[in-house]
Design a protein around this ligand. Structure first.
Ligand SMILES: Nc1ncnc2c1ncn2[C@@H]1O[C@H](COP(=O)(O)OP(=O)(O)OP(=O)(O)O)[C@@H](O)[C@H]1O
Ligand SMILES: [Mg+2]
Length: 250
């Protein structure tokens, strides 16, 4: 354990529940290029956990490992009690893990409605139907007929999240949702993430925007060079200027 790691979580009167996601000591490489060196993290049901760290530290690779897109070479990933370490991505998605990639991959030629409709095929009875998604994101409603490629950055981000919800996830991996967006738009993405939590979703949020994280997350993991260097509460990060300076862009 790194010296900065928090000793223990706040003592709680309640019995701790089983984590919804457990990442245990994963090592991940792209070919010969080794990227993650023993990353471990866990997420409790209903929690928002932030995965922080500067560019290139391995945040997206951690998500790719969890989703089975770049499976780890060693270590274990358990989702809702089931080992998913070497499961194919489509199965992992159907089990209830949703991934919102950082590059906002929507279909630019399809309308907003078509983008959502295409994504609803895997959901089965868990699927968030269109009505539920538009209730959560009412700003999407008037855009349903608009071509994806003509949406603003913030609208595309909203559509990317909404599309992932169509597969009915219990846990969402959100990769840098605020990146490249104007402050006002970041605020609305923030409100969307809050609304998701209120729906009972568990969220892992890869972010470099410290304000966004401090107001939203319960706990924080900080990566550097593919290793977890800090694990603690949001308050720990808020009160530790040296830590922020060392590992984050501030
Ligand atoms: N497909 C790939 N093939 C080879 N190397 C890769 C690939 N994708 C990422 N990398 C490398 O892996 C390292 C970690 O990248 P990763 O995308 O996980 O970082 P990140 O923390 O998400 O960074 P950012 O904040 O810039 O999104 C980087 O050095 C990157 O160049
Ligand atoms: Mg990334």
């Amino acid at each position: 354990m790194p010296p900065e790691a928090a000793v223990a979580a706040e003592p709680s009167a309640q019995q701790p529940s089983a984590p919804i996601l457990q990442v245990d000591n994963i090592h991940t490489a792209y070919g010969k290029s080794r990227i993650l060196f023993g990353v471990s993290l866990d997420v409790q049901p209903g929690e928002i956990v932030a995965l922080m760290g500067r560019n290139g530290v391995g945040k997206s690779t951690t998500f790719r490992s969890i989703m089975g897109l770049t499976p780890p070479t060693s270590g274990r990933i358990v989702f809702q009690g089931q080992d998913i370490t070497n499961a194919p991505p489509n199965r992992i998605n159907r089990m209830g893990l949703g991934w919102v990639p950082e590059d906002r991959r929507i279909f630019p030629e399809l309308t907003v409605w078509e983008n959502l409709d295409v994504a609803s095929t895997h959901g089965g009875d868990k699927a968030w139907d269109l009505a539920r998604v538009t209730k959560l994101f009412p700003d999407l409603e008037p855009l349903m007929g608009r071509t994806g490629g003509y949406l603003s950055g913030g609208q595309q981000q909203m559509l990317t999240i909404a599309r992932t919800l169509m597969s009915g996830p219990q846990l969402l991996l959100l990769d840098e949702p605020s990146e490249g967006l104007a402050p006002l738009v970041v605020r609305s993405v923030f409100d969307q993430v809050k609304a998701l939590r209120e729906q009972g979703l568990s969220i892992v949020l890869a972010e470099q925007n410290l304000e966004f994280v401090l107001d939203l997350a319960d706990r924080v993991y900080i990566l550097e060079k593919g290793e977890v260097r800090f694990e603690g509460t949001t308050d720990d990060v808020r009160s530790d200027k040296a830590l922020r300076k060392r590992y984050l862009t501030v």
